[in-house]
Every structure is written in C-alpha cells, then in structure tokens.
Design a protein around this ligand. Structure first.
Ligand SMILES: Cc1cc2nc3c(=O)[nH]c(=O)nc-3n(C[C@H](O)[C@H](O)[C@H](O)COP(=O)(O)OP(=O)(O)OC[C@H]3O[C@@H](n4cnc5c(N)ncnc54)[C@H](O)[C@@H]3O)c2cc1C
Length: 289
C-alpha cells in the first residue's frame, strides 16, 4: 500500500480529488522556484520525507512534485519547481495568493524507520536536493534518533546551488557533515570541484551502520552505487529515488511501470537491490531541463 499519511483510511475516490492550497510565498532560487503552500483547511499535509504530491495548475494540468520540507516543520509545506514544460512553467510563474490543487501525499518515501539509530548518508545531484532536504530537516529535527548525518551535494556550477541558505547552515552546523562540490567552477569558487563520487571516496563511512539515500540524474546512480558498494555497503541499505513520467500518481495509469513495479506507488524510493539488473532504471539519461 502507498504511504498516504493522514489520508490513510479515507475512501479510495478521495485520491482523485485535488484539495485547494494557497501559495503563501514564492522565492526564485537558482533556476527554480521554492513555493510554500498551505491547504485550504490549514491542516498539515501529513507526508513523510521522500513523498510527492500531484500539483494541479488550473487551466494547465497536473504534475508530480516532491515535497522539499520536513513534516516536522510548520503545517505548511514547500515544493521546489524547475520549469521544464507546460505545467511546471505555469507553476514557476505563479504568484503569492494564487490557488493550486493538491493530491497526495503519495509514494513510498525514504526509510526513516530503517535509518533510526544508524548513520544517514544523503547524496544529491542537482534538483535531487529537493526531496533530500525534507529528509535532512527531518533527521536534524529528530537528532537523537539518528547517528551521523553526512550530506554530499553536487551542482553543475556555483550559480545552480539550490537552497544556498540551508547548505551554508549545514556546512556550519556541528550535527551535519557537509560535502559540497560543483562540476564546473567559476572565478568566485574556492570549494571542491568534480562530481559527487569525489567526496564519497574521501568519506570514512561505517558501512555496517550507514543507510544511503541518493537522488539525482539517473546517470549519477550507477557511479554512486559503484562507489558505495566498493566501500562495502550493503545493497539493501542503498536507496534511490526515481523520476518517471506519469499521470495518476496512484498506480492506475501504468505510465511509470518498471518491470512490474509502479514508480509512483512502489517508489519513488527503491532499494538498490530491487533495481539491480534494470539498467533502464539506473542508467537512463535524465530529461533535459
Ligand atoms: C516522483 C516525482 C517527483 C518529482 N519532483 C520534482 C520536483 O521536486 N521538482 C521539479 O521541478 N520536478 C519534479 N519532477 C518532475 C516534474 O514532474 C516534471 O518536470 C513535470 O511533470 C514536467 O511537466 P510539464 O508539463 O512542465 O512538462 P511537459 O510540457 O509535459 O514536458 C516538457 C519536456 O520534458 C519531458 N519530461 C517531462 N517530465 C518528464 C519526466 N518525468 N521524465 C522524462 N521526461 C520528462 C517531456 O517529454 C518534454 O520533452 C518530479 C517527477 C516525479 C515523477
């Protein structure tokens, strides 16, 4: 069964009915928009880190977007939207006070229970930081329940670093080990250069107690998995969040089917051991955005 948060137990038809939500604030960050939303009845969304919502922009359509804030924060929730096409551009251009429709939360999120009392390694590439931000906030807000929190984030260049304020706070914070890298430096850049596997090589992980959550372009998954396996990590403790094109978000339309699994319902977060052999899942190229 999908994790449906507070919606568990309501009639199945509910899942087709968007709930109105108001845009409380919208902030442009790098090439994305970070949108803060509040449901019309002001209730909490009831999500888990790694889940997504189906967002409808009236007159344009509906798209899946990951929730980038933790349920431990206020009743409001945040989405980070990169304009890729018809609906996402409309959402990117929206204004404070506008209304959107929300279905969800849907999908299986990160294994926060499996992670309890273990070290958490979050590896993000590009906009993959959005769903991982929810997990990072969650672990920080429940700090005593988790071991080390190691974050590795790679952006294409310094101007594309997302959630800059958070990244700076994590870098300063004593409860996070932050490794930031960019593929291509500019004159202003004094930090690490290269892809995320560079810092991964440096990090001394306790492989028996670490659970890894990886989100980024599919091409990144194969290299990160190879690096983590080389370090001795168990493939059952490596989790990837996949992105596929789909319509319904609840395992009905079939567009996101992957060898008998539905990315929307059985994922988007999968164990690496469940994906091995599906080269389509972990090696396909990311959509150009
Ligand atoms: C579980 C999940 C979580 C997501 N989280 C986020 C998020 O946090 N932030 C965010 O900005 N985006 C996220 N996305 C991607 C977002 O849903 C797509 O960018 C959006 O659906 C594009 O719709 P559109 O109408 O804007 O573009 P369209 O006009 O439909 O398409 C524009 C172009 O992009 C291609 N395209 C669009 N979506 C995909 C896709 N998923 N796979 C392959 N090609 C695609 C189309 O073929 C077309 O070439 C997520 C997707 C999934 C499945």
């Amino acid at each position: 069964m999908p994790e449906t948060g507070k919606r568990a137990g309501v009639p199945a038809d509910w899942t087709y009915l968007p709930e109105p939500a108001r845009i409380v604030s919208i902030r442009r960050e790098a090439v994305d928009a970070v949108i803060e939303l509040e449901l019309a009845d002001r209730s909490a969304l009831g999500h888990k880190p790694g889940q997504f919502v189906q967002v409808s922009m009236f007159g344009f359509g509906e798209i899946p977007i990951s929730i980038c804030s933790s349920p431990t924060r206020t009743g409001r929730f945040k989405l980070c939207v990169r304009p890729a096409g018809h609906v996402s551009n409309a959402l990117y251009r929206a204004s404070e006070g506008d209304w959107v429709g929300i279905r969800g939360p849907f999908g299986r999120g990160f294994p926060i229970r499996t992670m309890r009392n273990r070290d958490v390694l979050a590896v993000a590439g590009g906009i993959g930081l959005a769903p991982l931000r929810s997990l990072i906030q969650y672990v920080r807000d429940n700090r005593e329940a988790y071991g080390r929190l190691v974050v590795v984030y790679g952006a294409r260049n310094p101007s594309l670093i997302l959630f800059r304020t958070d990244v700076e706070a994590w870098t300063r914070g004593e409860d996070v080990e932050m490794f930031l890298t960019v593929d291509e430096a500019d004159e202003s850049w004094t930090g690490r250069t290269g892809v995320v596997t560079g810092p991964l090589k440096e990090i001394d992980l306790s492989t028996r107690s670490t659970v890894a959550a990886v989100v980024g372009p599919p091409v990144m998954f194969r290299f990160v998995a190879a690096e983590l396996l080389a370090k001795g990590m168990n493939r059952r403790r490596i989790f990837f969040s996949l992105e596929r094109r789909f319509e319904c978000g609840i395992g009905k339309c079939g567009h996101c089917q992957l060898n008998g699994m539905y990315v929307c319902q059985d994922g988007p977060v999968f164990r690496y051991s469940d994906l091995e052999g599906f080269s389509e899942a972990v090696e396909a190229r990311a959509p150009e955005r």
